[in-house]
Write a protein that binds this ligand. Structure first.
Ligand code: PMP
Length: 413
């Protein structure tokens, strides 16, 4: 204390407010992906690291005319605050999008958000007290792990294989945690074209996973931004389609349209939706009216199904090239072969460490995301995530060749 009763600041040299932060701020650390973006954005580096959609493939003129029409015809509304739940026209259109995945909800239960990331944050805020357990696949989305940490949750990973989350592993993990008296609040899962694992939850596992969660009174948080980006068969019906009351579903226009709009949504059981709207209003008052109206206008005028088809074609070609190049240059590694989405998960021999190897890779002008980013418990050292969404097929070939130079150098080949 100082003589006037004000607590003395005990900050460090870098941040004088160090001692004043709330405990939850200690969970906020720069993700490995974020640090990488700076390095990998140099034009000479082939970045297989980020998850940036290939927005240049969009019909730019149609987007321009949608913006113009919104401003000319509804300018004052677009520039004004809106409803905390989102604009009704867009919420209706979101129902059409979700119908493609077997989901039939009510427009009342759709809440639009500033990207699905914000909905993820709000749901976590609603359900998590410090120390509560969230179950998540091993590995899981780095941005979700960051949110969960910021609310001081304990993330417990559940094993997955090339058919997705393993029901028996889920059962055993729940029993083990219950035995320790731990509180499990929800299962966070990405059933389709998983980020980062690139796998899809098998249709026959879906009802089983729902039943396990139902029996244990565990809510399911289903995150599905990639569901419509399938290369062959559509993904099996969403978990939400099988259990409307037990699932909060998150969707997004970031991958099927463009992340710059920052428009995503949650479809929640009625009671949860009420709380979600209140939480959204407290966080942001209302999502961007302008963005929502432009997306809505675009959906009303564009052949968006055809546009998503075009995206599928681009991503499919890039995935094929990546998997072929891995086979040619890195046959000593193993990798997933996704049926959709943006990512391939590569597993290396155990003696290799993808985090330690990264500076060498960047020196060779290729970047990837180390596997450790996708675990809350330090695992993933001998794995990495490769994204095929953004680089061209030529860049992917060059990138994998460079990666092979690095890996083979580490293996002394
Ligand atoms: N969930 C997953 C699995 C993601 O990969 C992403 C984006 N990388 C998000 C949520 C967040 O997406 P957005 O906020 O852009 O909708």
């Amino acid at each position: 204390m100082t003589t006037d009763g004000v607590p003395e600041r005990t900050g460090n040299n870098l941040d004088p407010w160090y001692a004043n932060y709330a405990e939850r701020a200690s969970g906020l650390s720069a993700s490995e992906v974020r640090a990488l973006f700076a390095v990998a954005s140099r034009p000479e580096v082939v970045s297989l690291a980020g998850g940036m959609p290939f927005v240049s493939a969009l019909p730019q003129e149609l987007i321009v005319s949608s913006m113009e029409k919104v401003m000319r015809e509804q300018g004052p509304t677009a520039l004004q605050y809106g409803s905390g739940q989102g604009i009704p026209e867009l919420r209706e259109q979101i129902l059409d999008v979700m119908a493609l995945e077997g989901i039939h909800g009510s427009v009342d239960n759709v809440v639009t958000s500033t990207g699905s990331q914000q909905a993820l944050d709000l749901v976590t805020k609603l359900f998590i007290d410090p120390g509560d357990v969230i179950l998540a696949e091993a590995p899981s989305y780095v941005g979700a792990i960051g949110v969960f940490r910021s609310y001081q949750a304990n993330v417990v990973h559940v094993a997955m294989d090339d058919q997705g989350l393993i029901p028996e592993a889920l059962r055993q993990t729940i029993a083990h945690l219950r035995g320790q008296g731990r509180r499990i609040k929800f299962l966070y899962t990405i059933p389709n074209f998983h980020n980062p694992a690139g796998v899809t939850l098998a249709a026959e596992r879906r009802p089983e996973i729902i039943e396990i969660c139902r029996q244990n009174e565990i809510l399911i948080l289903e995150d599905n931004p990639y569901g419509l980006l399938h290369f062959d068969e559509p993904a099996p019906d969403a978990l939400r389609a099988l259990d409307p009351e037990g699932v909060v579903y998150l969707g997004s226009f970031s991958k099927t349209l463009a992340p710059g709009f920052r428009v995503g949504w949650a479809l929640a059981p009625h009671a949860v939706r009420e709380k979600l709207i209140l939480a959204a209003e407290s966080a942001i008052l209302s999502p961007s009216s302008f963005s929502q109206m432009v997306v809505s206008e675009y959906l009303a005028t564009a052949d968006w199904r055809e546009q998503i088809d075009r995206f599928r074609g681009v991503y499919r070609e890039r995935k094929d090239v990546m998997v072929e190049a891995l086979g040619e240059h890195l046959p000593q590694l193993s990798w997933t072969n996704p049926n959709g989405g943006f990512y391939v998960w590569v597993t290396m021999p155990e003696m290799l460490d993808s985090k330690q190897m990264l500076p060498r890779a960047v020196k060779e002008l290729v970047a990837y995301t180390p596997g450790t980013a996708f675990f809350a418990d330090g695992r993933g050292r001998h794995a990495m995530r490769l994204s095929f969404c953004y680089p061209t097929t030529d860049q992917i070939r060059v990138g994998i060749r460079r990666l092979a130079t690095v890996v083979n150098g580490e293996l002394d080949l």
